[in-house]
Ligand binder design. Structure first.
Ligand SMILES: Nc1ncnc2c1ncn2[C@@H]1O[C@H](COP(=O)(O)OP(=O)(O)OP(=O)(O)O)[C@@H](O)[C@H]1O
Length: 686
């Protein structure tokens, strides 16, 4: 007999579950109150009794801490219960184990586990539990999952999906498929929120494999635009926090994200999944940190702007060379060269009668080669003086010690990293490859190699406590940057991106290049694109074909291309499109320009037609709902119900990097896309 066979029975069961959760909430509230009262009693006792003996104080202190810890975990539980009251579960599978004789289990799956202490049974299973994986991986029929004690085989006889909101069941679907297409279609057709949302109810099989991959040391996810890479990476973090509880907490995870707006945009997913948000940083922050924030540098955004503007061929060449593996191997050879040639030992006369011979000093420089070059001087001095004390009974004074150390330091050719870096380019006979900008500002492409040399000379900063590193927009970082990341964060990693969406075509990395830079790493692919309608995805494919991409069959309006005689007409048409958007059910509109300067200009111009425009610059820190005007670079990773791409003329979109920008802009649209231009249209518009 099937448990809760009909929809009526399911609705009644939901009511029962909600009552049980409410009982549990009342009990935890009582327990929280008891803890608070006890702590208050302790406090009053301590305040009113001045002469308590130290033993009593100690034992009270322990009790207080114990109460505090239990109190905190009860509060956590209370928070979780409050959350599951809204949507207790979203799926169900009926599973019969082949070996066991305990019959068929109806497993309800939700964001959190719910254990009923009265019935002594798990009423809801966490979506991350091993048994729940079958919900995502299997259709009706034979199924299995990996439990801690081995593979469990069995049979799924029923599969249901529910939409429950505020404790009420809106509908349920019985399905033989993994995740029912109707529900996925409904989710995908909904409008964009101001923050990325979780997709736990509709995770697809190929996505689930990535979320639950525990083997890969570095998991590299190459996924087409809109394939759910970022969502999946965040669900993976939630999964790891669940399975590795006790070993890893959200504070042990670090996200390297492209900018603050993106970090803000994704900041809701983990809390929605019941986990804390994780720390976030940027590549520039890391690299500049290695160099003690000593140098002014062109940031990545400025480099992209220069590439879009009028880059000189030499500028492009410098970026390209520094993103090559040949460059890394030259740099490594040079480090070896420094090791062999930069330390020129000389005799050091410590007293009238005592001289430390050059040969002996040189020997010590080589002896301590496990230390970075500039970190050897202290240890060498100590060792030399120890040897002299042993062999010659010479006991050096502090002044003599300082003198020796200073002299040894002087034997190393260079103190300045920049000078060493310049030497490198002389050594490879390519001095033209290094160019300092005005105001002693470094080019962005020099930041990483300079940091690499700095590590060879001074060592890495203190070992990081990061246990899992997440890198988004992987294609925008070059191999040398990955080499540094590997030195700094030898932990496990999840790295994701899409080569087709590079805003750094001369210095970008493919999944294979990243794998090569890390030596180890597993590449997994996501080929299905979920964000945009079939029509928009097909349009994007004609701008830049990705053979691996598979568009989801969700249909919508065909993208529109509007041509005008002059910029005034174009602007007035855009303002009309804005008016139509305001009357529509769509919640977000992105007006995406090629550069930030163009976005700023258009914002100013549109202000006389419409209000509530939000200009998103590279200095912005938060994403906003409504009408956003921004550049392609900033729009990367974001999505909008509707997108307008202005100024798509042949002069504005003409080069390789322009094409990438157009592709990024087009793939931000979920439901509607309009491209406008005056004069000749860009050759990239299909
Ligand atoms: N299994 C799924 N169920 C529901 N929605 C999904 C699913 N997978 C992806 N999506 C939706 O597709 C959209 C794109 O997801 P996401 O931004 O994570 O993709 P991405 O690969 O990082 O995109 P891009 O590289 O283009 O920025 C989001 O709206 C996300 O909610």
């Amino acid at each position: 007999m099937v448990f809760n066979k009909t929809e009526e029975q399911e609705k009644e069961y939901l009511r029962q579950i909600i009552n049980t959760i409410n009982d549990s909430i009342n009990n935890t509230d009582k327990s929280v109150k008891e803890h608070v009262d006890t702590l208050q009693e302790y406090k009053e006792y301590l305040w009113s009794n001045k002469d308590i003996d130290p033993h009593e104080i100690r034992s009270m202190r322990e009790s207080i801490l114990r109460h505090f810890a239990t109190g905190e975990s009860v509060i956590d539980k209370r928070k979780r219960l409050g959350k599951i009251l809204d949507i207790p579960y979203f799926g169900r599978i009926d599973f019969t184990e082949s070996k066991e004789r305990c019959g068929t289990m109806a497993l309800y799956i939700g964001i959190h586990t719910f254990y009923d202490p009265v019935k002594k049974a798990n009423l809801i299973y966490d979506w991350r539990a091993p048994i729940s994986s079958m919900f995502y991986d299997h259709e009706l029929g034979n199924a299995s999952y990996s439990s801690p004690s081995g593979e469990v085989d069995g049979n799924i006889s029923l599969k249901r999906q529910y939409r429950i909101r505020k404790g009420k069941m809106e509908y349920m679907i019985e399905s033989s498929l993994t995740v029912h297409d109707d529900i996925l279609q409904k989710e995908l057709s909904s409008n964009a929120d101001d923050k990325m949302k979780n997709i736990v109810t509709t995770i697809q099989r190929e996505q689930n494999r990535i979320i639950r991959n525990e083997e890969a040391q570095a998991l590299i996810i190459q996924g087409v635009a809109g394939s759910g890479k970022t969502s999946i990476a965040l669900h993976r973090i939630a999964y790891l926090l669940y399975t590795l509880k006790g070993e890893i907490t959200s504070k042990d995870i670090l996200i390297i994200s492209p900018n603050k707006v993106f970090a803000d945009y994704i900041s809701n997913v983990l809390p929605e999944l019941g986990e804390e948000t994780v720390p976030e940083t940027s590549m520039e922050q890391i690299l500049s940190g290695i160099l003690d924030h000593k140098y002014k540098y062109q940031n990545f955004f400025e480099q992209v702007t220069e590439l879009l503007d009028k880059p000189t061929p030499e500028f492009i060449e410098r970026i390209q060379y520094k993103a090559s593996f040949d460059f890394i191997s030259q740099l490594e050879k040079f480090i070896l060269y420094m090791e062999n040639n930069y330390f020129k030992a000389t005799d050091v006369k410590l007293t009238k009668h005592i001289t430390v011979p050059a040969e002996f000093i040189d020997e010590q420089f080589r002896r301590f080669n496990r230390y970075p070059m500039r970190k050897r001087f202290e240890t060498m001095t100590d060792y030399i003086l120890e040897m002299m004390a042993l062999r010659h009974y010479f006991k050096a004074t502090t002044a003599e010690r300082n003198l020796l150390k200073k002299e040894i330091q002087k034997m190393f050719s260079r103190n300045s990293d920049i000078q060493v870096y310049k030497d490198f380019f002389e050594w490879i006979e390519k001095p033209e490859m290094f160019k300092m900008r005005k105001n002693r500002t470094l080019e962005y492409a020099d930041l990483a190699p300079l940091a690499y040399l700095h590590i060879a000379l001074e060592g890495s900063p203190t070992p990081s406590r990061v246990k899992h590193l997440l890198i988004d927009e992987m294609q925008d970082y070059s191999p040398i940057q990955y080499k540094i990341i590997q030195k700094l964060y030898p932990c496990r990693k999840t790295i994701l991106g899409d080569t087709c969406q590079s805003v750094n075509p001369y210095g970008s990395s493919t999944a294979d290049m990243i794998q090569k830079a890390f030596i180890t790493g597993e590449v997994m692919k996501l080929c299905k694109s979920y964000r945009s309608t079939f029509e928009i995805t097909s349009f994007a494919q004609r701008i830049q074909t990705n053979e691996e991409l598979e568009a989801i069959t969700r249909h919508g309006e065909k993208p529109t291309i509007l041509s005008f005689k002059n910029p005034e007409k174009e602007l007035s048409a855009i303002s009309e499109l804005i008016t139509t958007f305001k009357k529509s059910t769509y919640k977000s509109l992105g007006i995406i320009c090629k550069t930030e300067m163009q976005a700023q200009e258009i914002t100013e111009e549109l202000k006389s037609y419409t209000d509530n425009l939000y200009f998103l610059s590279h200095q912005s820190t938060a994403f906003a709902k409504g009408i956003i005007v921004t550049s392609s670079h900033m729009a990367k990773g974001l999505e909008f119900d509707e997108v307008i791409i202005p100024q798509a003329s042949s002069t504005n979109y003409n080069t390789l990097i322009d094409k990438s920008m157009l592709y990024v802009a087009v793939t931000r649209a979920m439901h509607k896309l309009t491209i406008t231009h005056w004069g000749k249209p860009s050759r990239f518009i299909p």
